[in-house]
Every structure is written in C-alpha cells, then in structure tokens.
Design a protein around this ligand. Sequence first.
Ligand code: PGU
Length: 419
Amino acid sequence: MIPRNPHLAALKAGYLFPEIARRKREFAAAHPEDPSKPETRIISLGVGNTTEPVLPRTTAGLVEGARKLGTVEGYSGYQDEGLPELRKKIAGVFYSRSAGPGGEGTSPFSIDEIFVSDGAKCDIGRLQLLFGSETPAVVQDPSYPVYVDGSVLIGSAGSREAGEAGGGYGGITYLPCTAENQYFPDLSLVPENSLFYFCSPNNPTGAAATREQLTGMVSAARRQGCIIIFDAAYSEYIRDPALPKTIFEIPGARECAIEVNSFSKPAGFTGVRLGWTVVPKELRYAGGESINADWARIAGTIFNGASNIAQAGGLAALSDEGQKEIRRLCDFYLENAALIRSALSKLGISSVGGDNSPYIWARFPGRDSWEVFAEILEKCRVVTTPGSGFGPSGQSFIRFSAFGHRADVEEACRRLSFI
Ligand code: PGU
C-alpha cells in the first residue's frame, strides 16, 4: 500500500471553517430552530462569505459571457493566464496611480505580469510550489489559516518562536500582531531569505497597514532577502485615502513582492470564483532565475485558467458602472461592520477593525476563544469565528464577519446583549 504524505499528518486536525460549520450543525441538531420563533434561528457572522446578490452590471456581464459560449463566433476554450482584455483592465484599474474609477492610466505592469486565477486562496496554495519546503515561512499572528496550512502541506512543518533558529525544514515563524503593537509586527523578527505572508487590510484583525509601515516592510524584505506574498483580498474595503491599496504603491516592491487579489469580497464572487496574482518580472530567485517565468510554467502545467464566464463577469465588474457597484457593495458591508462595532461598544466589549475591512476583532480578556464562541452560539444563536483559530495571538479574541443581510446583522446585534 502507498504511505500517506507525511506533511498531511503535520496539519492541525481540521481546517478552521469546516470545524466551525461542524459545531454549528451539532448545536442546530441539539437545538432545532422553531419557525414560529424567529429568535431560535441561527445567524452566521462566522465564515467571511458574501451574502448580497451580484449587482446588475456585473450580472449582465456573467450572463453575456454564458450567452457568447453558445455561439460560433463567441465560443472560447482554455484561457490559461486569463483573457488579455481582463488582464489589461486589472493592470489599469488597480495598479495605475493616475487611474480614477474606470480609468486606466499607464500601468507599471504588462499583461504578462498579471495572472488571472480562480481565486486568491487557490493561488496562495499554488504559489508555495515556487519555493519548496526549505524556504522558511513567516506569518502575521493571527492570520488567514491558509498561509500556515499551505506551508505545512508543502513541508515547511514545525513552527518555532519568532527569532529562533530552524532546522532541516524551512520552519514557520509567527510574528505577534497585538493591541500592544497596533496589530503590525516587529520587522526585526523576520528571518533572512523567508517567504513573508502579509495581509492588509488584515483578516482577522481588520488592521490596514499604513504607507510608513509598508515602506518599512519592503525595506526589511529587501535587506533580508525575503519575498512578500501580499494578500490584498480586502483592498476595496479601504476607505481612508491615505492607506495603500496595493504593495506596489511602495517603491522597491517590484523587486520583492507578489500580490494576490480576488473578486470574491468586492464583487460577491465567492461562489463565482475569480482572482488574480501579480508577479513582477524583476523578481528573481537567489540564483537569478525569473520567478515570473516559473509562475507561468506552473500555471500552464497544473492550472487551466479561470472560467471564461467568470472572467466576462470580472470584466463587467471593472467597467465604470461595475466599479460603482463594487463600491456600493463594500459600503453596504462596511455599514454592517459599523453596526456590529457599535453594538459591541455599548456592551463594553472593546474591538478594532471594521472601518477599512469587513471584519471586527473583539477582545474578551482572560477568556478562551472557543469558550466565548460556544457562549455566543448558545446564548445568542450567532455563529462567530474564534480568534485562536487564526494563531496563538488570536487567543481571547472573536472575529465577527460583516457579511450578512442587514436584518440578520441587526438581529444579531440585538441578541449580543444576551452575553
Ligand atoms: N485571502 C484572504 C485574506 C481571505 O480572508 C480569503 C477568504 C481569501 C483570500 C479567499 O479568497 P478567494 O479569492 O475567494 O479564494 N477568507 C474567508 C473564507 C474562508 C476560507 O477558507 O477561505 C474567511 O472567512 O476568512
């Protein structure tokens, strides 16, 4: 018989979000909802899954994309790195300094530096193939669990405290991001020649890094020979104009950063599946080889491109009208976030986030996160995410997601007074 991949054994028991879904199912089975009593209905502010319908211009793009497939002239097959028009549009809309809504100033990126994907999570998994198991990984603690789990799967297993030396495997370093450091890590702890996963606006803390912080991070990465994997999945939630929306606003980032992004959270594409990754041509390995060329090789070998229907929807979402829709959708969720923060504050529970991100990070000093999760589920019938699921520094925190129908969020806020 064939042995199990040993890296699978190094993973923590289950992925965080299915574990939450399991506990919710268990609770629902023990406490069935009574349709005549709305207060018994379970409301989910757990997994960050969008809830509002895709808006009209974007929907029309999806429909048109499907319709074209049914015609001889409009039919298309494999797209590999993505529709050239979409890659050009992404380069123009997200990376031109001069671009306003729908505008495409001169992009610093050519279309062969923009790779369209089926989502940021999928690309984070595939990106790890570029570097192999000997490369140390560094993560913000707390952080989106895919960075750690993906690194474990590739063989970087075994974690160590920040600053400690590794051995054999690359190792994973956790950089605490706590109230004491305003949720931004101590960059002096970043090990040399490591892969630095960084998410801003952050999941789960909601912290959006400032230009000064990111400038410090780019210089630290260049000094230390690191590559930053910058996850900008929530960049469209940034409302403070002083905050950078992409790592490529920082001079020098082209030599040390890869950026992943997604249509999931801004356009409601969590189920449609569409994202992109930017791999600048300047990026090199220690031996001088091109990382961009290898990424094209990997994409061509184990990925056959995003759905052409999703890409037609993405193109529509980036039209002038589509971008207004994105803004509207993000504003709606940010209003939810404000309601949640205000409800928590009235209860004397301190929280951060929610102003430039759809997550609220609430502190329950001295408590175990899973215990608070269970208490909120039992007393309020509201599903949340326990902070400890995002890393050791998440202990005693709860993440509230602002993705929900307005009436559900209002009802959840009302019920929070039961804790
Ligand atoms: N990057 C970050 C930082 C995320 O929080 C998420 C989703 C993704 C990427 C995924 O992007 P896609 O383009 O849709 O692949 N985070 C959600 C969903 C949970 C999950 O397992 O992906 C969350 O609740 O954290």
